[in-house]
Design a protein around this ligand. Structure first.
Ligand SMILES: [Zn+2]
Length: 98
């Protein structure tokens, strides 16, 4: 969950974390280009707190009522997988630590 990767299409280094089916994708926040994809399963062994939303599209902020789940990744993984199973894109937003 870092922003060190730059988009090959537009060069912006601002990425969004997306779950699509069983894949975890870093997507450019400007043009929507997928930059890196890995297995969502590889992300799950984590207590990193995230909020998961139905994805509103590149560069857009999800509305509060689009929330799927929030909490440590390993605890919300089931809800995310269930929501993503039908092809819905799920945006993961890391929660800032207090
Ligand atoms: Zn881009």
């Amino acid at each position: 969950m870092n922003n060190m990767l730059a988009c090959p299409s537009c060069g912006l280094d601002e990425t969004e974390s997306i779950v699509h089916g069983g894949s975890y994708i870093l997507r450019c926040a400007a043009c929507g280009e997928a930059i890196v994809a890995t297995s969502f399963m590889a992300m799950l062994d984590s207590d990193h707190r995230c909020s998961a939303f139905v994805d509103p599209g590149p560069g857009k902020h999800p509305a509060p009522d689009m929330l799927v789940a929030d909490g440590p990744l390993r605890q919300i993984a089931t809800a995310i997988s269930a929501a993503a199973r039908d092809g819905t894109l799920i945006r993961l937003i890391p929660e800032a630590k207090d």
